[in-house]
Write a protein that binds this ligand. Structure first.
Ligand SMILES: [Zn+2]
Length: 460
């Protein structure tokens, strides 16, 4: 993925002290441990720009949800059914899921910050998994009730639609100082609320609070409500007032204008497209080509773990084929040329995605000096054999089970097809027990009453 080095048919990657020391043919191992990558493709770890990792226990509950269903159910009902230990486990296993699929960096948009205890659980769960990327503390007022409480409809509205509560800022600072360093593989960031949907003054105040925490990244959902005519993006206004900066990652952006993309690209900030959830839940068409056309950087994200798997193979493929069809459809003829190469989307999942996160100096290519986030994908499995084109193998044949080895900052996280240091039967038992308890609590909430409040608020 390093354009200067190109692809090697056969070669070596030398790792030293967590960094890539050299890439080339017949390198002197200089006493290093040898990892035999015969019948493997060696490439940089995948970069996921947007994921709600805490939802791991809820796989499949969102299968037939629209984005409105998701906002109503996940962010007002399922969320309050988590206890801190569920938050820990969701992030721990979700981090492992990413690693198992070769995703070495993930932007965790973590909006389950119900109380300080949850924040500790979420941060330590993701850290304990060993995945790299950015833990983005979510500025979101979770609903003020617990399973079994009587529901006061007015208080839900007043709290959730109010400005971000004051306690979040010192709490986020505490989490940053306790768990994260600027040089760690997993860094501290902020996930702002949907600031494009709130009055300008509140959006400005919230972004000021975010920047005051000196985060590695500020991310937010943006312009994904399929209401381009009625919901302005606020990008020009926030930009003119100096609230947007280089280390920002704008997620979805389905309703961005060309000018919005140009502003974000000129800042050097990034965009993240989440093809599965945007296409499948009704947010809009993925914008990777629009951002690239504006000479900006874009990443892919799996987004909603309760809806789709946490790998990037599926995201790359869906984005590529739906975008190819757009090109073919416009011509109304049998196609005679291919509008987009597969390699371009493999680059979005690695090199270009790293640029979108503002981490191009650190990750995204196998380049000497960068962090040793390296993965090996098998070409001799039942799915991938024989491999006639490595890009095609990765884009159209490989799946998470073909990821043989994963290193994050030179540490083995997966080896010979198994996660390192993880007793999966024991972890799985805890995960299933946690799921059972979440579902038991869910049954104690007056579902219909809460849903009504939210549905009206979101669609009215
Ligand atoms: Zn999201």
């Amino acid at each position: 993925m390093d354009p200067a080095l190109g692809d090697l048919a056969c070669g070596d990657v030398l790792v030293r002290n967590g960094r890539i020391a050299a890439v080339g043919e017949n390198l002197d191992p200089a006493g290093a441990e040898i990892v035999d990558a015969t019948n493997c493709i060696v490439l940089p770890g995948f970069v996921d720009g947007h994921r709600h990792v805490w939802q791991t226990q809820l796989r499949g509950v969102a299968t037939d949800w629209t984005i409105v269903d998701y906002m109503v159910h996940m962010r007002t009902l399922y969320c309050v059914c988590y206890e801190p230990e569920d938050a820990y486990l969701g992030n721990y296993v979700g981090g492992l899921e990413a690693l198992a699929a070769g995703v070495t960096s993930v932007v965790d948009h973590s909006h389950l910050q119900i109380s300080p205890e949850y924040s500790d659980a979420l941060a330590s769960g993701l850290l304990d998994s060993g995945v790299g990327g950015v833990f983005c503390y979510g500025f979101y007022n979770n609903p003020p009730y617990r399973p079994g409480d009587s529901i006061d409809v007015a208080s839900i509205r007043n709290r959730v639609f109010a400005p971000v509560e004051e306690w979040h800022v010192p709490n986020a600072k505490r989490i940053r100082d306790r768990y994260f360093t600027a040089a760690g593989a997993l860094r501290f960031g902020i996930a702002a609320s949907e600031v494009f949907m709130i009055p300008f003054d509140l959006a400005a105040k919230e972004l000021n609070a975010a920047w005051s925490l000196e985060p590695a990244l500020v991310t937010a959902h943006w312009a994904c409500t399929a209401r381009a005519d009625r919901t302005p993006t606020m990008i020009p206004e926030l930009h003119r007032a100096g609230h947007l900066h280089r280390n920002m990652l704008f997620t979805h952006c389905n309703n961005f204008s060309r000018a919005d993309f140009q502003i974000v690209a000129a800042l050097g900030a990034g965009v993240c497209a989440t093809p599965d959830t945007e296409l499948g839940m009704g947010m809009g068409f993925p914008v990777q080509e629009k951002m690239l056309a504006a000479h900006g950087s874009v990443a892919f994200g799996a987004d909603i773990c309760s809806n789709v798997a946490g790998d990037l193979f599926g995201q790359m493929r869906l984005a590529l084929q739906s975008q190819r069809w757009r090109g073919f459809e416009a011509s109304e003829q049998l196609p005679t040329s291919m509008p987009i190469t597969a390699r371009r989307y493999l680059e979005i999942a690695t090199r270009i995605g790293a640029e979108a996160l503002g981490m191009a100096d650190e990750i995204g290519t196998l380049t000497p000096g960068k962090r040793a986030d390296v993965i090996l994908v098998r070409t001799d499995s039942i799915s991938t054999s024989p491999s006639n084109d490595p890009v095609g193998t990765l884009m159209f044949y490989a799946n998470a089970s073909d990821v043989d080895t994963v290193l994050v900052a030179g540490e083995f996280r997966k080896r010979n097809g198994s996660l390192v240091g993880v007793n999966w039967p024991e972890v799985r038992e805890r995960l299933v027990r946690s799921r059972d308890q979440i579902m038991d609590r869910l049954a104690r909430i007056p579902f219909a009453k809460v849903r009504e409040v939210w549905h009206d608020a979101l669609t009215g």
